[in-house]
Write a protein that binds this ligand. Sequence first.
Ligand code: COA
Length: 388
Amino acid sequence: MPTVVDRGLEGVVVGSTQLSNVEGTIGRLTYRGYDIDDLAPNATFEEIVHLLLYGHLPNRHELESLKRELGARRALPEPLINAMQSVPKTAWPMDVLRTIVSGLGLFSPVNAHGEHLSDVHTAIDLIAKMPTILAGWDRIRRDLEPVAPRTDLSQAGNFLYMRTGKVPHAIEEDALDTYLVLLADHSFNASTFAARVVASTRADIYASITAALATLQGDLHGGAASAAYRTVTEVKTPENAERYVRDILDRGQRIMGMGHREYKVRDPRARHLEAMAKELSEHVGGSPWYETAHALEEASRKVLQERKPGNTIYANVDFYTAPVLADLGVPGDEFTCLFACGRVAGWTAHVLEQLADNRLIRPQATYEGPPAGPYVPIDKRATNGVRA
Ligand code: COA
């Protein structure tokens, strides 16, 4: 009989992985041993996809081959584009992404037992197609025709191209590429764990990624980026930041994009995102997002320190996502979807890792309901239905 109850599984080890390592006390994140501080300025998202899925950074030939495969797999089955055309324009982008990703399973090959393949190529297929779904929905809901993907652009460049029909400026493409690199994996976070739980039942990769998308949606996980953006839009200008923070905390609420279960120092991804947010803001010219977000972080640190001396709540990855994506022209309600377009590299790699050495994930719970007793016939029950 288990005696340990940990509702949030905080500090509980539920498996092992070779994919990424989060060292929360020193603020380090590594993908297969490579520090994201090295990867963010040097590696492309495609290199990270290769690193996660194949176990090593690609040589030139391997990288070209992966890029070709990603390019070739970007286009969506026509019926799924038609399905998006018939969705109400008010639909939440994460709901559309999750539903269409689930729909992709309908178009993937099945084996003689009617099971979908879950291999490295289905993983690449999902990585290739998710940005096409998001960019397509972005245009459809604005009453515009979707722009067909290009095979010759990077994942980041092609996504921005599909949104506007224009090849993006190199600064914009680089910024989005770095964002995708930074978001690609993060050990056993809630959505990755959900994907692994589903894979452990031997459900296929489409089912696993659909579950991961559903899990990413909430405000305490991937939804925080959109919530952080709403915060920055409410603050509006740097001068309002401190008053806003005090109001939020007085009402017992949380500052979105701040705090992390694992990091007790500043999230290492925040530094790179902050630098990018600053660069993009200069590139765009006159945008308020970076300055406002920066002032909000400063105010949060100051007020939290004042109220909770020894505070360990710092900006997390979602905080500076808000100014970066806002300056790239991405609407706030699509931020979580873009997070998913990066994290799908990690999710799929985790699914394959789970399948390679699988054991059904099935924890236990302590029972706190009524003691065991006999069935009560309906005419012997109290009026409220409980045992008399
Ligand atoms: N703003 C204000 N206070 C916060 C806070 C925030 N963003 N995050 C945590 N805290 C406070 C809690 O109120 C709590 O205070 P208390 O001990 O006085 O009750 C304390 O810090 C510990 O919080 P807890 O919820 O137990 O920590 P956790 O490990 O479960 O929280 C998060 C992790 C991410 C859920 C939490 O920091 C949060 O809600 N952040 C905002 C949402 C967010 O940005 N999520 C994205 C994560 S990448």
